[in-house]
Design a protein around this ligand. Sequence first.
Ligand SMILES: Nc1ncnc2c1ncn2[C@@H]1O[C@H](COP(=O)(O)OP(=O)(O)OP(=O)(O)O)[C@@H](O)[C@H]1O
Length: 353
Amino acid sequence: MSPSSPPAEPADGDVVLQAVDLQKHFKLRGLNSRDVVHAVDGVNFELRRGRVLALVGESGSGKSTIARLLAQLMPTTGGRILLHGTDATAKGRRAFRRYVGRVQMIFQDPFGSLNPVHTVRYMLSRSLRIHRGRLRGPALEEALVELLERVQLKPAERYIDKFPHELSGGQRQRVAIARALAADPEVLLADEPISMLDVSIRLGILNLLQDLRDRLHIAILYITHDIASARYFADRTMVMYAGRIVETGDSESVTQDPKHPYTQLLVRSAPDPDDLEARAHGARGEAPSLVKPPSGCRFNPRCPFATELCRTEAPPLLPVGTGENGEAREAACWGYSDRADRPTLSDITEALA
Ligand SMILES: Nc1ncnc2c1ncn2[C@@H]1O[C@H](COP(=O)(O)OP(=O)(O)OP(=O)(O)O)[C@@H](O)[C@H]1O
């Protein structure tokens, strides 16, 4: 680019936020203070403008920890977070506030995240003022109405002076999303945004988030234990097991033709995610301890194909072909390597029967 050429217009698919070798080890208070919980270990991914990335895994795999690290609600113990390619670790309150203006989080429980003593008007006005400076009178009113309409709470007058307890779960989650939008963010971190809502209204919230992706070009991290919803909603899907990413690719391929034995178990076990987790545990014991994680591949104690190699060396993410639109797919399983001592993979449901 010559020095005089204008900066390129942002385009959908541009990388906005990047996790590089992200690590979080929680110190344990107690008898042996050297013990740590290996909650997140060496995780890499990119969030792209106008795209949804799903992070899928069972309870305790480290999904929420990743969201909290990206939101900078707690410090990392290793790795880096890059916003538009620049180290984003906020030093000081002003830098943190600037970062929060770009990267907003939506939580699982919209009741817990909305202060019950404040009205919708108060909460949204406060967020607008923090992120967009002093707005008053008609300009403030217009911004409030626009926010409520953007999350399809229409007509806005019906909702604006309500307290959280006067709203349904779905309406509360829409208010929480509107509050996040008041910052005009580039990234939304949505941690299980529908799992506490009635099944009948879940789709409406996912459709709303999809609309924000398409119209506002927001990059979305969608955290879920329901791999079926990832197929419906996310462009790409990343599967996490015991603090590590075990598979990535376009959502259609990952959910329809899973490569990693753990993803196969998730997809094939059951359509109901709760049942699925129960069966996954039942099939091969509990999820491993993250204080002393299994050596080698962390899934090896539950994997019917595991060999000595899997028990001793952790597999890197290996290429496993291309999916929809020629997008690269990867799985962290030695079965896809060219090592002579690699495991031989076959149908996981048959192997576990
Ligand atoms: N503050 C903390 N101190 C110690 N350990 C923690 C802390 N927060 C999380 N952990 C541990 O880190 C691991 C990952 O937890 P995390 O909440 O990220 O998982 P998750 O996949 O989001 O699970 P869920 O779906 O149940 O929310 C778990 O073993 C958890 O017990």
